[in-house]
Design a protein around this ligand. Structure first.
Ligand code: PLP
Length: 496
């Protein structure tokens, strides 16, 4: 098929776009999936590649037979796709896979970088980080100091570069690395990662980028200008947020940071030789960083996605998403009593396709439940594993309730009240999806008392519909799916 033809249809090439559910008002409609920041849907053509590879499946630690050679080739191809996707020079950077999302590589990097420079016991992370880019550094790498953001809640912006510079100067000689998200999983707000890299490098600190919320939405390269000081030292991301569910977490790391360091994990496939009293680790990347049998199928599926996205061009994907984002923000801004969090000025504070909001007087749990139960709109609500950031964004509201967001003993009370609703976009998001979200919010806004009366809240603050309860196994039951597959097997064996 020629390039433009498949390109035109790419937004349709996702599994689950036609999934339908029965709703509380008795209608059966198509799901509007607006929870891509949590996990994206699967790109069918990449899934297809993984399915084809299954016919040749073998362990990459085997060498001699055809299938082992195929598995090794495909797995190496997946690493190449990762490096190419973020323009990382393979002579200077190594890509490796770990765990099921970027949490595993972040823990790994925190341990490795702390071991590399134990005398540097401070890590700077921003206030908008997901817990995965905060807690591993607290646990393994020393004292984490949180860099403030620009602006004032609820319209906070990106990392405050002047504050970062001050912190780097104040802790000069002690900052091992700066750990920053390229984009927030709450507001979609982007950080100027290359400028941050230059500031960090000026005091010999390294820079670790959590690109989990960036790479599906906009281009990101190891260096923006080619200038060495602006180059990133490590980038991590989750394949399941990049249209490849079931794929591993990914790290791309400057080889110089890992060279000569004992890898964090040891086991099969990463040693030259093992004696009873000693062992010798291979110098080969990525082998030395990937102890044990890797997730070959998942990695190849992700490699296929990255290949497709490169062919399309991330600039093009970004431009199309920005248009849809502006449409979503404009629609939300037109709804009375709706507050969008984060600086709304896209020119001053660039954002990607993730938006967090609240409706005055309506609990975020109720909003998400009504959107799901009555409009088939899938959004997330809560604190999105970014408690400090969400608490900071909500401060004016919590103060208005006479709650002290910073008081330890207020934590539980605040926990129940704090939270937001998050809608997030993917390549497959349509105008119809956005319209369904906006229509659902307007409907709730028009008759809040009606909807409040449909739900009870439990002691945890979770809301439950009084009458409409769909047991999950009636929506999808793995045992029933297996029975169907086995019935097909019986039918086909009967035909033999
Ligand atoms: C910005 C960011 N970092 C890290 C993570 C953690 O990723 P995972 O759960 O795939 O390990 C997430 C997940 O939501 C995220 O959004």
């Amino acid at each position: 098929m020629s390039h433009p033809e498949w390109l035109e249809n790419l937004h349709l090439d996702f599994i689950g776009l036609d999934t339908r559910y029965w709703l509380a008002d008795g209608r059966e409609t198509r799901r509007h999936y607006l929870d891509s920041a949590a996990s994206t849907l699967a790109l069918r053509s990449a899934h297809h590649v993984a399915g084809e590879l299954l016919h040749h499946y073998a362990n990459t630690h085997s060498q001699a037979h055809f299938s082992a050679r195929i598995a090794n080739h495909a797995y190496a191809w997946a690493h190449e796709q990762v490096l190419q996707f973020i323009q990382a020079d393979s002579d200077r950077y190594a890509a490796f896979f770990a765990g099921s999302g970027c949490t595993a590589p972040l823990n790994r990097l925190a341990r490795t970088l702390a071991a590399r420079r134990p005398e540097r016991d401070v890590v700077l992370a921003s206030l908008l980080e997901h817990h995965a880019n905060d807690l591993p550094h607290r646990k393994h790498a020393g004292t984490v100091i949180h860099i403030p953001l620009t602006g004032i809640a609820p319209t906070l912006g990106a990392v405050d570069l002047a504050a970062l510079e001050r912190l780097l100067e104040q802790h000069r000689g002690r900052v091992n690395y700066v750990a920053i998200s390229a984009a927030s999983n709450v507001t979609g707000i982007c950080n100027p990662v290359h400028e941050i890299a230059a500031l960090a490098h000026a005091v010999d600190a390294w820079i670790v980028i959590d690109a989990s919320q960036h790479l599906a939405h906009a281009p990101l390269a190891m260096s923006d200008t080619g200038a060495a000081e602006r180059e990133l030292d490590a980038v991590v991301f989750s394949g399941h947020k990049l249209y490849a569910p079931g794929s591993p977490g990914v790290a791309v790391v400057r080889r110089a940071l890992l060279d000569g360091c004992e890898p964090d994990e040891v086991g099969g496939g990463m040693v030259e030789d093992v004696h009873l009293g000693d062992y010798r680790i291979t110098a080969q990347f990525p082998d030395r960083e990937e102890a044990g049998t890797p997730n070959i199928i998942g990695a190849v599926q992700l490699g296929a996605v990255l290949n497709v996205l490169q062919r399309v061009g991330m600039e093009r994907i970004h431009t199309a998403e920005q248009q849809r984002l502006r449409q979503l923000l404009a629609g939300l801004a037109a709804i009375p009593g709706l507050r969008v969090y984060g600086d709304p000025d896209l020119d001053r504070t660039p954002r990607l396709g993730t938006v967090a909001f609240n409706l005055d007087g309506l609990d975020h749990g109720l909003v998400a439940a009504v959107l799901n139960d009555y409009h088939n709109v899938a959004v997330r609500n809560g604190c999105f594993c970014a408690h400090p950031y969400v608490r900071e964004l909500l401060k004016p509201e919590l103060w208005a309730l006479d709650l002290d967001p910073d008081a330890e003993d207020a934590a539980t009370l605040i926990q129940r009240r704090q939270g937001m609703v998050r809608a997030s976009l993917g390549l497959y998001t349509t105008d119809e999806d956005i319209a369904a979200l906006l229509g659902g919010i307007r409907d709730l806004r028009a008759q809040p008392e009606y909807y409040r009366a449909q739900y009870d809240a439990d002691s945890e603050g979770n809301v439950h519909h009084r009458e409409f309860a769909t047991p999950t196994e009636t929506l999808f039951d793995p045992a029933a799916a297996l029975d169907r597959a086995l019935a097909q097997l019986s039918a086909s064996s009967g035909m033999l």
